[in-house]
Design a protein. Structure first.
Length: 234
């Protein structure tokens, strides 16, 4: 198992995508909140800049697609672990077209592509938490048991457990891993309480990144990038 953990939390590349103007009115959301598009674009640019300059990742930026209002939330279109990329079948029909551009980008990065073609399966990457040792898959409005089974088949080296997601959009709407030396945390009351604990860990670095607009359409920070470690298997 130690070999499987090698390189966990270390990434070389990130795939992100631009924000289409259609996000403001047409992106899926659980509450009817108005989005300030210009502010969302600015916040997203700052986020991508952190990936590029603070984390030193090579960033692949896919262009926004106006016909895909949620396309900035690239995490849902693919799950990458080692040199395998599972192209998902997103739970919301309006989001299925997002996988094409993601597949192209991950092919260009020479990853082994596995596609979820079973019409009974749905899976959003936002429901997939990889700990370095195992996967947890949230069974939510977007992800079903068949989707979790196909993920288990794609990543046979790891145990896969399912977790019911009874509230909120995705499993990672309320929990997320931080890489070594990096804690990623939201601004909600429970998250801020947790932050008080994390702040005591002096050897961790906290980088504040605003996400006030995208959260209005249920988008968290992890939703906006697919992280890849091209050195994992060298
Ligand atoms: N707005 C993100 C989603 O609902 O999938």
């Amino acid at each position: 198992m130690a070999g499987l953990m090698a390189g966990y939390g270390h990434y070389t590349h990130a795939v992100v995508r631009g924000i289409p103007a259609s996000l403001a009115k047409e992106a899926l959301r659980s509450s009817q909140t108005e989005v300030d598009l210009a502010k969302a674009v600015k916040e997203h640019e700052a986020y991508v800049e952190v990936l590029r300059t603070r984390l030193g990742l090579e960033v692949v930026e896919l262009p926004a697609d106006e016909s895909l209002p949620d396309c900035v939330f690239v995490e849902d279109a693919a799950v990458v672990c080692g040199d395998t990329a599972l192209i998902t079948r997103p739970g919301a029909e309006s989001r299925r077209g997002e996988t094409e551009a993601m597949k192209g980008a991950l092919k260009d990065l020479n990853l082994n592509i596995v596609e979820m073609t079973d019409e009974n399966a749905t899976l959003d990457g936002g429901d997939v938490l990889f700990t370095g040792r195992e996967f947890f898959v949230g069974l939510s409005k977007r992800t079903n048991q068949r989707g979790a089974e196909i993920l288990a088949d794609a990543f046979k080296d790891y145990a896969v457990s399912t977790v019911p997601v009874l509230d909120g959009l995705h499993l990672k709407s309320f929990c997320s891993m931080g890489g070594p030396g990096l804690i990623v945390i939201g601004s909600s009351e429970p998250a801020q309480k947790a932050l008080k604990v994390f702040e005591k860990l002096k050897d961790h670095m906290l980088i504040p990144v605003s996400n006030l607009e995208k959260v209005k359409v249920d988008g968290a920070l992890t939703c906006c990038s697919v992280l890849i470690n091209k050195k994992a298997n060298i």
